[in-house]
Ligand binder design. Sequence first.
Ligand code: NIG
Ligand code: FE
Length: 407
Amino acid sequence: MSLSLENAAQVARYPAAAPYVRLNAAAGAVTLEPGALTTDGAHIAAFDSDVSATRRIDCAGAAIVPGFVDCHTHLPFAGWRAEEYAMKVAGRPYEEIASAGGGIASSARAFAETSDDDVLVQARTLAREMLAHGTTSFETKSGYGLSVEAERRALRLAAALAAEVPQTVRSTALLAHAVPPGMTADAWLDAIAPVAAEGDVTALDIYVESVAFDLQHLARMGDLARANGRDLRAHVEQFSTMRSVPVALKHGARSVDHLACLHPDDLGPLAAAECAAVLLPGAELLGDEQVAPGRALADAGAIGVIATDCNPGTSPITSLPLIAGLAVRRYGWTPREALIAMTLNAAWVLRLHDDLGSLEVGKRADVVILDAPLEHLPYRFGHNPVAIVIAGGEVVHVREDQAWRLG
Ligand code: NIG
Ligand code: FE
């Protein structure tokens, strides 16, 4: 099977073999010129058209960009929490909802009460929705288990999901998401430590916040990650300034995620480090959180990333184009910066950058054809600009009104 994607208004070209692009270099790093792209089997073969290809696709007026990488989601989970959103909109803070038995604990109860099959039905549906919005790789997280066996079950269901979807999936064990009722945080970290060594897991994650874990626990998770050959990732500075970033950097974190309440003194060291700043503007908007200093991080040269944070509590969002629209408006990012942040830089967070995340000969043919030039992606806020999705050289999604492109 080979594809010839022809006559595009823009083809996004990234620097060769770059693991990531620091956002202060975004303007010169990615070019958007008219052109074409061909695939051979699962890989990108050339930046040319090929009349002998198995299938030719007309990209008139369109942009050819890399498949999107959603490096921070909480799939798989069970059910939703719409009633909490109504409370938040009425002015009740997240911490208060969580302390009253809502939040993560309520999703943990739902997870315990839902069969494996039903959890997978929901996760599959969300993965399908993500695919239709251009996401060809994503992260799963455990974290709604809150018992050792339930965390193992979450990781097992994440692996089952990974095996059946067309996307490339990487698993994170969010072993410290909330302190189970009746336990101390330290006792929970003792209990969960053996799970850190199990399964095909790329990273360990922890939620550092007054309602969850503290800086000492973050350091412990860092040690656990290093001892087990996992990356350290951390939910930090979401609702309050805990000064988690220096601790995360000291422990060699691959990413720090959220950062709405980042301390100004921590911005420079983070931007200079080989640690991604994963911003989650959907959670910020829907949770009425502060806005992360996205512009300042980009200007200081951070490895800037955006993701959906898809979860039933703070961000029930599956669309990376929507997230890009928010990043452009709220951080003052360019469409190029947003594109880099949801492709190559996000792939680096998941250690997928050698295989995918940019359009390069020899890389996996994960390609999105947008229905318009890239500038429309943030501008037509709420519109799904994804016309065709190609994963591993296969056409895996065609938006109904875009079928004409296939001839
Ligand atoms: O990324 N803040 C911690 N974890 C999630 C929310 C989890 C939940 O509310 O279910 C987040 O925002
Ligand atoms: Fe999260």
